[in-house]
Design a protein around this ligand. Structure first.
Ligand SMILES: Cc1cc2nc3c(=O)[nH]c(=O)nc-3n(C[C@H](O)[C@H](O)[C@H](O)COP(=O)(O)O)c2cc1C
Length: 325
């Protein structure tokens, strides 16, 4: 599928969707059978790489510019040979040369990085890209397709190799589910706090933070809102927080913010909020499905790491919010 609108010609975007796919990097014979070949998704008159298809779904949802990572030397169409080539490239930590491109990475603040999982990790061409282009200080979001074994080590590899300021949770979609994955992709984007048109403002304006609970450190972001700015002035901020209802940790603060616009009676998992009525802050981690609150909360940021850790905390925890190192 091609992205509907937005996409390539939206050059003012601060979002880049960069991806590697076998389609576009493989010497397929002219008569390759798109209907049965594992790495080609036929759609209408077009054929797309499996990962490319997801890249287009993301572009449909959030706009952004698409960029295919292309190696100078194409890969073989033979799966067994390709597996050996990849094994060899990984073993030597070989970085295949990429085709020249006029991609200017500096203008992007949020970079989605897509790839097929190869040997439980990223194809080396993705590492070539991360080596060649400076993603440090940016928000990086991995997405991948696979044949049933999931993302493997790839998210960690991307976080390490990109030196991202913020790594948001990735998504791994099994190749057979790719043609019908638009809803899954939309839900994931909403879960990590990116949806439709609002996303570009958010992307431009987040500050990376850390949330420390004992020896656990989580990543998060603080929004560029007057209230978040006010609260940021108290960082590092340690709050004694209590678990409540299997959905949140909350705790009182000893300052009285003045910028109190934007209250709401619902939340998304991961939201960090301030509540004027109870004079406290909270982290919500579960139950977005029925989020009715009795008082208004104002989102000031969100936790971007896996929220599962909140399921196993003590009923009361000292939680410290600080700016990311
Ligand atoms: C060399 C190679 C290694 C692979 N290794 C894995 C793997 O470790 N786990 C897995 O689930 N799928 C693996 N796959 C399957 C691909 O990840 C999957 O088919 C993917 O959706 C292809 O995406 P593409 O069409 O964008 O290239 C591998 C495929 C190739 C070619």
């Amino acid at each position: 599928m091609e992205p509907e609108g937005g996409g390539k010609d939206q050059s003012a975007s601060n979002i880049l969707i960069v991806y590697f796919s076998r389609w576009g990097n493989t010497d397929y014979p002219d008569d390759v059978d798109a209907a049965t070949s594992a790495s080609i998704v036929p759609d209408g008159d077009g054929r797309y790489g499996t990962t490319e298809y997801i890249a287009n779904m993301i572009a449909n949802e959030v706009g952004g510019d698409l960029h295919l990572i292309e190696t100078v030397t194409p890969y073989t169409a033979d799966f067994d040979e390709l597996r050996d080539v990849n094994h060899d490239e990984m073993g030597r930590n070989y970085l295949p040369e990429l085709k020249e491109s006029n991609l200017d990475i500096a203008g992007y603040e949020m970079v989605f990085v897509g790839y097929p999982v190869w040997a439980a990790d990223v194809p080396q061409a993705v590492l070539s890209f991360l080596n060649e282009y400076d993603l440090s200080g940016k928000t990086v979001i991995p997405f991948c397709t696979h044949d049933g074994y999931g993302a493997g080590h790839s998210y960690q590899t991307i976080a390490d190799a990109s030196h991202a300021a913020v790594s948001l949770d990735g998504i791994a979609i099994e190749a057979k589910d790719v043609p019908g994955a638009q809803d899954t992709v939309s839900d994931w984007l909403a879960d990590i706090g990116i949806s439709g048109s609002q996303e570009q403002d958010v992307a431009r304006s987040e500050t990376a933070i850390q949330i420390t609970i004992g020896d656990i450190t989580l990543d998060g972001v603080l929004y560029d809102t007057p209230l978040a700015e006010e609260i940021k002035a108290y960082f590092p901020l340690t709050i004694s927080m209590s678990g409540y209802g299997g959905r949140e940790y909350y705790g009182g603060v000893d300052f009285y913010p003045e910028n109190l616009e934007g209250g709401q009676k619902n939340f998304e998992n991961g939201d960090i909020t301030y509540c004027e009525a109870h004079h406290n802050m909270a982290i919500f981690y579960a139950q977005t499905d029925h989020p009715d609150l009795s008082v208004d909360v104002i989102p000031i940021g969100r936790v971007t790491s896996d929220l599962a850790v909140f399921e196993n905390l003590d009923s009361r925890e000292e939680i410290t919010f600080s700016l990311a190192q």
